[in-house]
Design a protein around this ligand. Structure first.
Ligand code: SAM
Length: 253
C-alpha cells in the first residue's frame, strides 16, 4: 500500500489495512450503489481517490457515458489509481494536488468525495474555503456529493479524545451549504464495523491497530490507554459491531 508523504505533522501510515476487513460489506456496497445512482451527469471529479478502490466501485456502477478526473495528494496512490482505473473506467485527467491548490482545466457536473473532508484543512476558515471551492468547481446543472460521518457515528463515540474538529461532522457541512442558499438532501446509511475479534482475545495487537486508525495516529498506545479504549468499544458495540453510520450529503443549486 502506498504511503503518503505530505503534511508531515499528521502523517501516519498503514493504519487502513485492517479497516477494510472490518467493514460490513453489504452496508458499504449499499452506500456505493446509492452514491453511483446519484452521480448523474457526464463530467465527474473524484476528490481524493486514494489508490482507486472506492472510485472503481462507484464508476463501475454508473450506467451511462462519463469522463472522470481524479485529484489525489499522494503521488504513488495516484499512479496506482491511474493504472488500475485506466483498465476499465473512463479516466480523463489526473491531478496530484490537495484540494486547496487544485486548479482544474474544466468545470464539472458531478463531484464526489468519500471520507476525505477530515484532511482538507487545519482550521475552520480554511475548511470553509474548501467548501466554497467545491462549489466553484461545478458548472451548469450540477450535483456535489459528500460522503462523511455524522456526529452520532460510533467512530466519534469511541474516541478517547476529540481528534477531528466538529466542522468535519456532516451537520456542519449541511448547515454551511444551506446558509449560502444551496439545496441539500442527506441519505443516512448504516456502516457497521466488526469488532468481535477484539472482544474475544486477550491480545492487544488488533485493539491497538484499531486505536491508531480511530485516533489518526502512527503511534501505538500504552496497554493502559488501549484498555480504556476497549471499555469505550464495549459500551457502544451491539452484537459485536460498531455502527459508524455514514451520511451522503447531496448538494444542488
Ligand atoms: C480515508 S482515505 C479516502 C480515500 C477514498 N476517497 C475512499 O473513499 O476510499 C483519505 C484520503 O485523504 C487523503 N489524505 C490527505 N491527508 C490525509 C491524512 N492526513 N491522513 C489520511 N489521508 C489523507 C489520502 O491521500 C486519501 O486520498
Amino acid at each position: 500500500m502506498a504511503k503518503w508523504h505530505f503534511w508531515w505533522e499528521k502523517e501516519f501510515s498503514d493504519v487502513y489495512e485492517n479497516i477494510y476487513v472490518r467493514t460490513f460489506v453489504e452496508d458499504w456496497f449499499n452506500i456505493v450503489q446509492i452514491t453511483a445512482n446519484e452521480v448523474s451527469w457526464p463530467k465527474i471529479l473524484d476528490i481524493w481517490c486514494w489508490e482507486w478502490h472506492t472510485t472503481k466501485q462507484i464508476l463501475d456502477r454508473i450506467k451511462w457515458d462519463y469522463l472522470c478526473d481524479l485529484v489525489e495528494p499522494n503521488k504513488n496512490a495516484l499512479i496506482n489509481a491511474e493504472y488500475f482505473l485506466g483498465i476499465e473506467n473512463n479516466i480523463w485527467d489526473i491531478f496530484n494536488n490537495t484540494l486547496a491548490i487544485f486548479e482544474p482545466k474544466n468545470k464539472y457536473n458531478s463531484i464526489f468525495t468519500s471520507h476525505t473532508n477530515y484532511y482538507w484543512a487545519f482550521n475552520e476558515n480554511d475548511y470553509k474555503k474548501q467548501l466554497d471551492k467545491l462549489f466553484w468547481l461545478l458548472e451548469n446543472k450540477w450535483k456535489l456529493l459528500i460522503l462523511t460521518l455524522p456526529e452520532e457515528s460510533d467512530h466519534y463515540n469511541i474516541m478517547l479524545r476529540q481528534i477531528y474538529p466538529k466542522f468535519n461532522y456532516s451537520d456542519y457541512i449541511i448547515n454551511y451549504y444551506k446558509s449560502i442558499w444551496l439545496k441539500t438532501r442527506t441519505i443516512r446509511f448504516k456502516m457497521r464495523m466488526y469488532i468481535g475479534d477484539i472482544l474475544t482475545t486477550k491480545s492487544l495487537f488488533d485493539l491497538k491497530s484499531f486505536y491508531r486508525f480511530i485516533h489518526n495516529t502512527d503511534s501505538y498506545p500504552s496497554d493502559k490507554e488501549a484498555i480504556k479504549f476497549l471499555e469505550k468499544i464495549k459500551k457502544y458495540q451491539k452484537d459485536n459491531y460498531l455502527d459508524f453510520k455514514d451520511d451522503l450529503i447531496i448538494i444542488t443549486n
